[in-house]
Design a binder for this molecule. Sequence first.
Ligand SMILES: Cc1cc2nc3c(=O)[nH]c(=O)nc-3n(C[C@H](O)[C@H](O)[C@H](O)COP(=O)(O)O)c2cc1C
Length: 187
Amino acid sequence: MNETLKVIAERYSCRDFKDTMPPDEVLQAIAEAAVQAPSAMNRQAWRVIVVKDRDLINDIESEAISYIEGMEDKSSYERIKERGGMIFYGAPVLVVVAIDPSHQDYALIDCGIVCQNIAIAAASLGIANVICGYAGRSFDKPASAEEFGKRLGFPEGYIFGCSVLLGYANSTKQPHEPDKNKVSFIE
Ligand SMILES: Cc1cc2nc3c(=O)[nH]c(=O)nc-3n(C[C@H](O)[C@H](O)[C@H](O)COP(=O)(O)O)c2cc1C
């Protein structure tokens, strides 16, 4: 197995971070890998916002949890409670990927590829990570979307796409077991 395949096979979603900030040059390398992602028609209709501001991270986390708590379907809130009442797991860095929703067909696919580049680049540099969709619940109320969009510096018309948490693992876990039956070859 070459190094790239090894990183992909060993990468896992971290849900327990240390309160230690990765160096700026490491975050810079991860952010550059993010924007090296391919995109439909090379539109690159994204912004990659690396947030180290603890207050802003806490505010986004609190808003998301309070929104999820108010949802009729309690399954997400129960899951969060089982995970210690957190959705950011003490991570010191939140990378928000904002997208231009007018590129409807491909905006979310492009965003997913950016997030995967972030996750794999981070893992290759020894930085634990988890892709975090729950952060999006902080943008579900129009007033919160406006507030956080401003604080994060979204360009006009951009919306939250997805996010990735980064830091050093306090405890590790195994990645999911890949189901090889989901692959087929037709010859
Ligand atoms: C689009 C997307 C959104 C996700 N959102 C969350 C999330 O909000 N919180 C979380 O703890 N994990 C989240 N995950 C991580 C998945 O739960 C995780 O990748 C999956 O359980 C497989 O585990 P592994 O990454 O450790 O192999 C998300 C993953 C993806 C791809």
